[in-house]
Design a protein around this ligand. Structure first.
Ligand code: G4P
Length: 526
């Protein structure tokens, strides 16, 4: 238990949302509370703006800038908070999925006008796979949004999680008057661009007291009293253990751009969000307070700007203490490696770090030694699990436009896919190479980088597939299925058999007809 104090201090999380719900704005407000930035707008300038696919160079350039904000660490109420940034652009969703493997909890931002949107649903599916604890922030209450009860119902239904409101809004849109804290029994009146402090909280021990009507008017007081009565009837206290096991999400209402309702959420986050948790490897469970260092790479950032050809591997520490210049065991390559200039990301600046603890993320300069999921230890041979590849959504066959450069193409494709830019599949028994991505943008990135970095020219032929399923279950059944469905069967880089389905209908038919085969949507086959 050498590092118990450091571990207990750390909270590592990510903010997820559908683009435009307010993730960047909320990030900024949290950093302001933590004193990590001084002025509003500092994060925004690093945001990857919506862009068409032809702007991918611009997006990559901005992505380069955003390396510095990949991890934002700040202190708040004596805790050290590591906020892992996730790209807003949907074409980089796979980056987000992987970042979610490195956090201990998430804050989910919902736009009160739009409710649960597509991207939210997908990201939450990834969180649910690991039972990641979730706090929900319903944003933009200064706009005319949906009924709050309706929103909660939609959250429960579409995200498959129980919810419990910890604050409750008084009206919305132009009539938004503030929030009532259900557990603390206090009321906070809405002010635009709020710098509200705890002193502005008005204690309301009895929701039926005349003070409520004096503060917010007869009509709204009546509505609030009715709402709270209903809520009090359903919930009895807040079961933190259900939150920690990912079964129940506490919900806050507010307006991030007005910095309203943010502090209440941050305070609760600091009180209840988990410190670094145990994680599983292929051999055993690792608890964070073990003396020896362990951790894994969850993201690799390669700069495609030829003037800055650096590559940074993001390494999440799971146990022990990471020290600069110390040798660690790279399990997959079975060799010892050390790092002269590991980075941390305190207050948005990259700083060389001498030591770091469980929950921290360090940036390691990499010359091609790392791929996603690689594990470092102090000698033990084991690999962290729970960092799977997810089914891509767009599939294209690689067409080699320069047969003289076949070797370079092969090498380039292997390296880029190890970085996690895309997934590479090879057709069974043949030589066809198929790339799977979440967004169109990646294909442009791959084409560009193959030419610039490996001198190989290629183009892509779109294939009519909709999902990749890793095949498990009865081995003979899988082998027979693969023989019969040859045109749809490929292998991933680890030699796993994968079925590429043309449509949901085809997939459901195959699932129904092949009871001995399991169809999985991630490479970890769970
Ligand atoms: P994202 O990172 O999730 O994509 O969202 P972001 O924070 O960039 O917010 C998207 C838009 O929503 C921004 O407006 C932002 O100002 C606005 N917004 C965020 N929180 C609130 C809120 O509580 N109420 C209201 N009414 N709007 C909010 P934009 O016009 O796209 O950008 P900007 O020009 O305002 O920066």
């Amino acid at each position: 238990m050498k590092y118990a104090k450091e571990i207990e201090q750390r909270k590592t999380f990510a903010i997820i949302s559908h683009p435009d719900a307010g993730k960047t704005t909320l990030t900024e407000k949290l950093l302001l509370f933590g004193g990590a930035i001084q002025v509003a707008g500092a994060v925004k300038s690093n945001k990857i703006k919506k862009a068409s696919t032809s702007d991918f160079m611009e997006i990559e350039r901005q992505r380069g800038i955003s390396v510095a904000t990949s991890v934002m660490s700040f202190e708040y109420r004596e805790k050290l908070i590591n906020l892992l940034d996730t790209p807003g652009h949907k074409d980089f969703a796979e980056d987000t999925y992987r970042t979610l493997t490195a956090v201990d909890s998430v804050i989910l931002v919902i736009d009160c006008v739009k409710g649960v949107e597509e991207q939210t649903q997908r990201l939450m599916e990834v969180c649910r796979m690991r039972d990641t604890p979730v706090i929900v922030y319903i944003n933009k209450m200064d706009r005319d949004g949906r009924n709050p009860f309706e929103l909660l119902e939609e959250l429960e239904e579409k995200l498959n999680i129980k919810t419990q409101p910890l604050t409750w809004p008084i009206n919305g849109g132009k009539e938004f008057k503030g929030v009532y804290h259900v557990l603390n029994k206090s009321l906070l009146q809405f002010q635009a661009s709020s710098k509200a402090t705890d002193d502005d909280l008005i204690q309301i021990p009895d929701i039926n007291a005349p003070l409520v009507a004096q503060l917010i008017g007869e009509k709204d007081a009546k509505q609030l009293q009715e709402d709270i009565e209903l809520i009090d009837g359903v919930y009895d206290g807040f079961p933190v253990d259900e939150y920690l096991s990912g079964q129940l999400a506490p919900v806050f209402f507010g307006s991030a751009v007005n910095n309203f309702g943010v502090k209440e959420m941050l305070d609760t986050f600091v009180d209840i969000a988990p410190s670094p948790k145990s994680r599983f490897t292929n051999t055993r469970e690792i608890t964070p307070n073990e003396d020896k260092l362990t951790g894994f790479v969850f993201k690799i950032h390669a700069n495609i700007d030829p003037r800055h050809r650096d590559r940074i591997a993001f390494f999440r520490i799971c146990s022990g203490k990471f020290e600069r210049n110390k040798f660690y065991h790279h399990v997959r390559l079975d060799k010892d490696v050390r790092f002269n200039n590991p980075y941390t990301f305190m207050a948005r600046e990259k700083n060389v770090v001498d030591d770091a603890y469980p929950g921290d993320v360090v940036g390691l300069f990499d010359t091609g030694n790392f791929k996603i999921g690689d594990t470092l230890t102090e000698g033990e041979n084991m690999t962290f699990v729970g960092i799977p590849s997810f089914s891509p959504e767009i599939f294209k066959e690689v067409v080699n436009n320069d047969p003289m450069k076949s070797k370079q193409l092969e090498k380039g494709l292997n390296q880029l896919t190890e970085e996690g830019v895309a997934q590479l599949f090879t057709q069974h028994g043949g030589n066809r190479k198929i790339i799977g991505c979440v967004g169109e943008l990646q294909f442009e990135v791959i084409q560009y980088r193959l030419l610039q970095e490996y001198g190989s020219a290629c183009s892509f032929k779109t294939l009519p597939f909709y999902k990749a399923c890793w095949l498990g279950g009865d081995k003979t059944a899988v082998a027979n299925f693969a023989k019969f469905k040859q045109a749809n069967i490929v292998e991933d880089k680890d030699g796993n058999s994968i079925y590429l389905a043309q449509s949901e209908w085809y997939l459901n038919t195959e699932i129904a007809n092949n009871k001995d085969i399991h169809f999985y949507f991630t490479s970890e086959m769970k």
